[in-house]
Design a binder for this molecule. Sequence first.
Ligand SMILES: [Zn+2]
Ligand SMILES: [Zn+2]
Length: 91
Amino acid sequence: MYTDKTLVCKECGQEFIFTAGEQEFYAEKGFVNEPQRCKACRDARKNAAKPEREMFDAVCAECGKPCKVPFQPREDRPVYCSECFAKRRGE
Ligand SMILES: [Zn+2]
Ligand SMILES: [Zn+2]
């Protein structure tokens, strides 16, 4: 049977428990490698892989309202707020 095992996280160097339940789960899934990182570091990596989209402040070229766009606004290209953008697309 499995017993809890203490492993050392290679990311932060902290010890963490690879529980019997997790070992069983790993064995079931056929994973041969033990986890390299503690849960906190694994979660941090997971979040880092999916960064939140950076939003840039812009001013709508149509209505002049401040808005946010998911790209760096450029001087030579008008930026529209979502309402005006939808309106223009609907035209
Ligand atoms: Zn860690
Ligand atoms: Zn607008």
